[in-house]
Design a protein around this ligand. Structure first.
Ligand code: SAM
Length: 230
């Protein structure tokens, strides 16, 4: 998978792209991430990427020209372009799966008061939000999207069953996990996990995942009327 990121702060990506699963996916060539500094696509002496808002108001707006130039510099070829925005479709595991099969993604990170609306209107682009809150720039949202998507690129996560059991994959949250010590501050671990009986362990995990979902995220369960005893 190829991912191009258009941003005014490429340095934000330095650490996250070097470490962990994402870093390894890049090192092994499973994922290729190219960062593009929007200032390199300005044509004025000050490399200005933002300007004041027509109609007035506080805050600066990212100008359309550097974004269009950067996007066009990527060449031809079909790519899915995502503008990170609180106004976008909410990112969830279904959308992550949809994005994970794309061979080429372009992520556009906004800053300040946001991006000139003509970027979304004029590019073949869609807006995606990471949730109903506002962060200061699109770089973190782009990284969240990138981490979620690259986990699903075949080969990135060594054991594919670890993805299969992830929260949201089967419509439920993941089951609780325990590791050593067997007893910690007077709290033990469920006996069945020590039994070596793999079938019993799987049954316990399925039940525990359902119970945890019912408690923490009942909205994920298909028939919520049964939760209310109706
Ligand atoms: N004035 C904008 C609004 O109220 O919708 C917020 C702009 S925000 C400070 C600057 C940039 O951060 C946005 O252009 C977007 O790229 C990014 N951003 C902020 N919150 C986001 C979210 N929940 N999801 C995706 N991107 C977000």
């Amino acid at each position: 998978m190829r991912v191009d990121v258009l941003t005014i702060f490429p340095g934000i990506f330095d650490g996250p792209l070097r470490e962990g699963l994402l870093g390894r996916a890049i090192d092994t060539g499973l994922v290729e991430v190219r960062l593009h500094d929007l200032r390199d696509f300005t044509e004025d002496r000050h490399r200005q990427v933002d300007d004041t808002s027509f109609g007035g108001g506080p805050g600066m707006i990212l100008k359309p020209e550097p974004i269009f130039r950067a996007w066009e510099s990527l060449g031809d070829g079909s790519r899915r372009t995502v503008v990170l925005s609180p106004a976008g479709r909410r990112l969830d595991q279904a959308l992550v799966k949809e994005l994970a099969v794309e061979p080429w993604l372009v992520l556009v990170a906004g800053r300040y008061e946001g991006i000139d609306e003509r970027v979304v209107d004029g590019l073949p682009a869609e807006e995606i939000s990471i949730g109903d809150y506002v962060v200061s720039g699109g770089e973190m949202p782009a990284l969240v999207l990138l981490e979620a998507v690259t986990r699903l690129v075949p080969g990135v996560v060594g054991r594919e069953d670890s993805i299969r059991n992830d929260s949201f994959e089967g419509g439920l949250l993941d089951h609780p996990h325990y590791t050593r010590p067997q007893e910690f501050r007077g709290i033990g671990v469920p006996e069945v996990l020590l039994s070596g009986d793999q079938a019993a362990i799987e049954r316990w995990r399925a039940g525990a995942a359902l119970e945890k979902t019912r408690r923490s995220r009942p909205d994920l369960l298909p028939d919520r009327s049964t939760d209310r005893g109706e």
